[in-house]
Design a protein around this ligand. Sequence first.
Ligand code: SF4
Length: 481
Amino acid sequence: MRRPRDSKSFREFDIVRKFKLSEKNVEKIDLKGDLRVALIFPNSYNVLSSSLGFNIVWKLFNKIENVRCERFFYHDDFVKFYSIDSLTPLDEFPIWAFAVNFENDLLNIISILKKKSVPIRNIDRRPFDPLVVFGGALTYTKLPVFDIIADVILHGDFEPMVENLDSVLEYISREKLVEKMAELHFASVPVLRKKESEISKISDLNLTIPASPIIFSHGEFKNRLLIEIERGCVWNCNFCMMGALRKPARFLNIETLKRLIMHTETCSVGLIASNVTDYPWLEEMLSWLEKNSIKVSVSSLRLDRLSKRFVSFLKRSQHAFTIAPESASEKIRKILGKNFTDQQIESALVVASEAGFREVKMYFMYGFDEEEESDLKKIGWFVRKAKRMGYRVKISANPFIPKRGTFMQNRKMQDLRVLKEKEKIIKNTVQHDASVVFENIDLSFIQYTINSAEGDMLHELIQNFENGEKLKFIVQKLAFK
Ligand code: SF4
């Protein structure tokens, strides 16, 4: 590890070094191969800390004989970008593998490429440029924008890819490496017009250990061992990419889960699942965790599947109760395929209140063509109900963004002026009874455009990114054409 001499680089180096020192390894990762792969999380270190998938991919990449894989994250002020694992600058890595989980991560990917003078478009890259590989949650569908930027896209679950990658990843020229990766059935290579023939899927979560090799001191799940107990989802909500693209739901066996927790001797875990309440061994798991005094946080749960016992158990480790009714209106929930009744939402609030929760966070979407003012005003109605039960209420309100691959993919995002008016209605109905955080409408529009753009619109979007246009300007240009 070389300490940088100039003060700007040292500041950057020092930020990364301090994050590294705050990590606790629970599994030894050997960094041994000759071929350096930069695994880049195109978002902040805090978000990286909560991303179990990213940390599992890091662990698995390092099982490949030739590979030495190191982690990176995004920061607006970074220029050099040092790896977390050995504080080596990004320039020294010939392969840059980005985990793309959210559309707007692309903005940070483009920022890294520009800062490093790597062309944004794959067709413009030269033999000395790094190989830009995309993986992550957004590769379960086909986003045309990826075909313009990525040299190679690895589609789907990473675990089954490892064996195949082992046979192609070696220290050869960039051109040869692209050709070899094009042979992989789960890889698409846009410059060679090669498409993937299938999306990689792990058949059994018990085959590898879906746990983070690190316990982080930052992020939503700080000081907890992250364990994935479900991948995919049993439900079919019409707006959701997880429900549509990541079938079937696969679960970690209860015995594997127990062994894993005992082995790491941890007393605090974060359980990652689409809905922890769908876990087939839920009751047995609760009894075992209780008996062993293990504290638990969960990533998400369905409000129609809550038992008093489960909510009381959560209260011992979690301070706020979080639910996602998605819409306050039963009519809109039906359109979304989230068929909760008002009564079920109320019951969930009652159960959590009786368990001792005093803070509730509720997630809502708005911006549907069928939506009327009364549907939006119903949010205020739920807020006041919760308040009367003694809750401090927090609301998160996001404009509806139709996503590729879902049952609602043919819809359009509503006009931004209409969405702004709807924001006002929500603010007025909630008044001072809850704190409301609105997702930024311009950023939502960019997210929608990255997900949906094709043809001329797509090229115009990329052109704007290349020109370094401000987001506000891009939104004005594309949204109000
Ligand atoms: S919204 Fe939740 S419950 Fe519905 S399909 Fe998606 S992950 Fe599953």
